[in-house]
Design a protein around this ligand. Structure first.
Ligand code: GDP
Ligand code: CA
Length: 314
């Protein structure tokens, strides 16, 4: 099954990594490429941190913390405790094993290597076969504009302020100059279908789609999206809250509508199947499945169903 399909999956962090892992369990490394959001990247304590990239790579490597979905399993926190004692910025969770990733990445970036080169090398060492690329080798930084007039770097909004401030708009600094890695663009050109993993549309998928080379490459591609909302709620994070604050109902149909101009296929949860007629009315072929992925088995099961749906419909 799916022996010939070539897929590029776009992913943010925790939600994206789950389906990416399911797809990696079903497809060979020359059938699947994963492109990851880097709008969340930032510098902290002198380190270059790429939260979504690390979540995806740790998940594919089987190194991720299964409780949180981000960070490493079997983690310890001694360095962060000492950072706190020294009155350093301790609001961003950095475990001891995770810190090793940031230390080595930071050094290599300072030596002039690209983020995609570094990521490929880390993946090889972690035993990840599937190619994983950052959306851009030049920095893109997401800023959140809030109702109380602030312009907050994404991680300050997301982690330090726990997404509490009301958002009015999202800015992607550096997006005009962003350059996708050449190999990611080749994979996109060769892909039979691009899958939007169930990631936050506004701050995980939209930044990837806004990279000029990527935007150009996905024109005329078949695109399938899996809803990150189930029963009107996000399983984690601010996706539903963002829909509301930007003036939309948080539901699966709104996710499909958000991508309407480029979307061919949409997968929503069985709980939301009454929304299918609306979505099909917009010319999008839609199917309901169980899209909740609490573990590796359910990720593989959903990926397999999505791939057989594609084989029938593409
Ligand atoms: P972040 O960068 O870590 O915030 O992660 P993403 O943007 O990739 O994913 C966040 C989204 O993942 C949220 O809107 C969640 O509702 C969604 N999500 C998390 N787990 C699941 C799951 O098991 N199934 C589905 N369909 N969505 C999920
Ligand atoms: Ca993220």
């Amino acid at each position: 099954m799916s022996d010939n399909l070539k897929i590029v999956a776009l992913a943010g962090g925790v939600g994206g990594a789950k389906l990416a892992d399911g797809l990696a369990q079903c497809l060979s490394s020359d059938q699947l490429t994963i492109i990851v959001n880097t709008g969340d990247d930032f510098n902290h304590l002198g380190l270059s941190i790429s939260p979504d990239l690390d979540t995806v790579c740790y998940t594919l490597a089987g190194l991720a913390n299964p409780q949180t979905g981000w960070g490493r399993k079997d983690e310890s926190w001694r360095t962060l405790q000492e950072v706190k004692r020294l009155d350093g910025a301790d609001w961003f969770n950095l475990g001891d094993l995770d810190l090793a990733t940031h230390l080595v990445r930071t050094q290599r970036i300072q030596e002039g290597q690209t983020l995609s080169e570094i990521t490929s090398d880390f993946c090889r060492r972690w035993g990840v076969d599937v190619p994983v690329y950052p959306m851009s080798d030049t920095p893109v930084r997401t800023f959140i504009h809030t109702k109380d007039g602030r312009r907050m770097p994404f991680q300050e909004y997301f982690v330090k302020e726990q997404c509490i401030p009301e958002l009015t708009s999202i800015e992607l600094m550096g997006i005009e100059k962003a350059r996708a890695p050449e190999k990611a663009l080749i994979a996109l050109q060769q892909a039979d279908c691009v899958i939007f993993c169930p990631s936050n549309p506004f701050v995980s998928i939209d930044p990837i789609l806004a990279v000029p080379d990527i935007k150009h490459c996905i024109q005329n591609k078949k695109i399938l999206a899996v809803s990150p909302l189930i029963g009107g709620k996000a399983l984690k994070g601010p996706a539903a809250k963002m829909f509301r604050e930007l003036g939309f109902d948080p539901n699966a149909a709104q996710v499909a509508k958000h991508y309407q101009s480029i979307l061919s296929f949409f997968i929503l949860d069985e709980k939301d199947k009454e929304q299918i007629p609306f979505i099909e009315g917009w010319g999008i072929i839609c199917e309901a499945m169980n899209i909740f992925m609490p573990d590796r088995i359910t990720r593989k099961r959903l990926a397999r169903k999505v791939l057989s749906f594609l084989e029938k419909n593409i």
